[in-house]
Design a protein around this ligand. Structure first.
Ligand code: ZN
Length: 404
């Protein structure tokens, strides 16, 4: 047995019943239902029952990396996803350009969602040093960026300086354990934050913005510390070549952490206007020289966080339409999500996800529809995220017998 496989993950796909039906149940989804009819279905807890997954830990589990031992903190995946090369011991953060007043109270966490100036401002910060620790700073999209502290004796056990809401003072980062490394990292992060304010407040771009009455991007607020440590790669683990097709930096980052080839697709945006056909074509092309291709679609989660049931239903219907393109490749298709995000609660939840596996030789069960309720009766039963990769690799003939 041989073959290729597509691991298709719709972010926040799982949901709860609202007036009797989940968004998946409401959506016209003939192709998802065809996968269910001709495939094997079940439920999946990405981490374990009752545990609400973050998107980062969920994807590690789906790639077969136990997040309890492999998770390095969000900042690492944001930095890798932004295209930075990390070194062992680097401590990385996700950042916002923000607006503070003269008393260091945050007036706008996103500096008016600035666009087009992040790169110019980042140049002033990148390459600086704080207490002999190197500063790598890269602007990403709109008001967002990533910060990497590079040097000896750093720790990820430090608190955020970002207060996470407006009209609150910028926080002092604190060490979260008693080590010298954490104390030093908190000191450096606080000093960097002050320095970002000193440098950015006087930058001509911000002087100009203030003149026009726009919120200046006069500070960098950091959060989500992560410490980079090299993981064994998917190729080292299983001898497979794998690729990632995704729009969001976080997903590209987790994929890069396990050394998938990240394929940049024009028009893949991690929002509802993403070009799904371009992504499906990129998957088809990537299958030519990869065994496994991970396809990530973000917008289902965005609608869920907004509590927009109709938006989520329509997004599922759009996703359904690209399935024939993927089915034509002849690859196995594994379709699920990374966690549930019920539109009714607008937050991630621990509810398990429906999962379907379609392809040559799977044991076809009686389930004819792809949704949270129908898949309860499926032949896969109830699996965990860590099981997905081994099941997929055994189907494509990439696992060895255990024993003899
Ligand atoms: Zn997610």
């Amino acid at each position: 047995m041989g073959g290729k496989a597509i691991l298709m993950i719709c972010d926040g796909l799982g949901d709860r019943q609202f007036k009797g039906r989940t968004p998946l149940q409401r959506a016209r989804r003939p192709n998802m239902n065809m996968l269910a009819s001709k495939g094997i279905t079940g439920l999946m807890d990405t981490i374990s029952p009752g545990v609400t997954p973050g998107s980062d830990t969920a994807h590690l589990a789906l790639f077969s990396y136990d997040p309890h031992t492999c998770y390095q903190g969000r900042g690492v995946y944001e930095a890798l996803g932004a295209g930075l090369e990390l070194e062992e011991g680097d401590v990385a953060f996700r950042c916002n350009f923000a607006t503070v007043d003269s008393r260091m109270v945050v007036r706008d966490r996103r500096a008016g969602r600035i666009t087009g100036v992040g790169e110019v401002l980042a140049k002033e910060l990148n390459g600086q040093k704080v207490d002999s620790c190197g500063i790598v700073f890269k602007a990403t999209t709109e008001h967002r960026g990533v910060l990497v502290l590079r040097g000896e004796g750093l720790s990820r056990n430090v608190s955020d300086v970002d207060p996470h809401e407006a009209n609150m003072p910028v926080l002092k980062s604190k060490p979260l354990d008693g080590t010298m490394e954490s104390k030093r990292t908190a000191f450096i992060l606080n000093r960097f934050t002050e320095m970002s304010h000193e440098i950015l407040a006087e930058h001509p771009i911000n002087v100009e913005r203030e003149k026009k009455g726009k919120p200046p991007a006069n500070i960098v607020l950091s959060r989500g510390a992560g410490a980079y440590a090299r993981l064994d790669t998917l190729e080292e683990r299983y001898g497979i070549k794998s690729a990632c097709v995704a729009g969001g930096a976080l997903y590209k980052g987790v994929a890069r952490a396990v050394r998938m080839d990240v394929i940049d697709v024009e028009g893949a945006t991690a929002t509802a206007n993403t070009n799904l056909v371009a992504k499906a074509s990129a998957v088809k092309k990537a299958l030519e020289d990869h065994d496994v291709v991970f396809l990530h679609i973000k917008a289902t989660d965005n609608f869920s966080h907004d509590g927009d049931i109709n938006g989520k239903v329509k997004m599922i219907e759009r996703i359904d339409k690209i399935l024939p393109l993927l089915m034509k490749t002849g690859a196995y298709i594994i379709l699920s999500g990374d966690h549930s995000t019920p539109c009714t609660t607008k937050n991630h939840s621990a509810d398990p996800l429906p999962i379907v596996i379609y392809g040559e030789g799977v044991r076809v069960d009686d389930v004819k529809r792809f949704d949270e309720i129908s898949c309860m009766k499926g032949g896969l039963g109830h699996i965990r995220g860590l099981d997905v990769m081994p099941i997929m690799l055994s189907l494509i003939g990439k696992t060895k017998i255990f024993g003899s």
